[in-house]
Design a protein around this ligand. Structure first.
Ligand code: PAF
Length: 281
């Protein structure tokens, strides 16, 4: 195993990356509290790049809820152990001041992709994601960056940002990693009460039936069925479910509206907000 470097400043990151051609750099941005889903991103980056950089930074500008930011799990030592085992070369763990020496006042507009679903229910969230990811891309200058499909809409927003800012990076989409009970792995799962953790697999058990149900339902009927089925568990409350075009994130009215349709949902489980998605068509 190579020696993994942990750096906290821009100067140390630059020193660690000195003489490393951009072409060989793969980057995995994370907010830490790493799990097997993150590990799969790092392992994929390891296979496809000479140098793998991982950032661990809980970005305050993407939290629209102060309590969510305060309670977000932080496990830096465990993260480093996972990253070393997964084959990361450089771990960038900056402070807020390193990422934002001045407040980032940029306001992005990505058209329709960031206005629906997460964008509509978490005001400012995607603006904060675009701020931090563009800053991290500037600092790391990767050829490829790896994102998990659990945050399906986030990938669409980041692709729009890359296009708008003309950033030279390939966005690599990686499949959702699920627990044995089907729950999509998420750092927030650790914050669920035991009762809500037991209830949470009901989300995937429901949405995994979407592709089959579409044969006998319109998108609106499927949406109503998903919401009623998830909410039949008293510990879960659907915030939204939408059947959307997988590129534009816009709701489809008919199954023939798009070649590629994804079902995306957010569900409140006690104090914790979970998201998940599934390919419908
Ligand atoms: O998906 C995440 O963990 C975060 O939104 C990201 C991309 C690391 C930006 O903070």
């Amino acid at each position: 195993m190579k020696n993994m470097k942990v750096v906290n400043t821009v100067a140390d990151l630059n020193a660690a990356l000195a003489n490393t051609p951009k072409e060989g750099v793969g980057f995995v941005p994370t907010m830490g509290a790493l799990h097997a889903g993150h590990r799969s991103l790092v392992e994929r980056a390891r296979k496809e790049n000479n140098t793998v950089v991982v950032s661990v930074f809980v970005n305050p500008t993407q939290f629209n809820d102060k309590n969510d930011l305060k309670n977000y799990p932080r496990t830096p030592e465990a993260d480093c152990a996972i990253l070393e085992a997964a084959g990361a070369d450089i771990v960038f763990m900056p402070t807020v001041e390193v990422i934002y020496p001045e407040p980032d006042t940029r306001q992005f507009d990505f058209g329709l992709v960031d206005k629906v679903m997460e964008g509509a229910t978490r005001p400012g969230h995607f603006n904060g994601v675009a701020q931090v990811v563009s800053r991290l891309f500037d600092l790391v200058r990767p050829a490829r960056a790896y994102f998990g499909e659990k945050d399906f809409q986030q990938i669409a927003v980041i692709k729009a940002m890359v296009e708008q800012l003309a950033i030279d990076v390939e966005i690599v989409e990686c499949a959702i990693v699920r627990g044995e009970d089907g729950l999509a792995l998420s750092s927030r799962n650790e914050l669920l009460t035991p009762e809500h953790r037991k209830a949470a697999p009901h989300i995937y058990a429901t949405i995994s039936q979407c592709a089959e149900k579409m044969a006998s339902m319109t998108p609106a009927e499927l949406t109503a069925w998903v919401v009623a089925t998830i909410d039949s568990n008293p510990l879960l409350k659907t915030i939204y479910f939408e059947a959307v075009d997988a590129r534009t994130m816009q709701r489809v009215e008919k199954w023939s509206d798009s070649e590629r349709i994804q079902g995306c949902c957010a569900v409140q489980a006690g104090n914790i907000r979970l998201i998940d998605n599934i390919k419908i068509k």
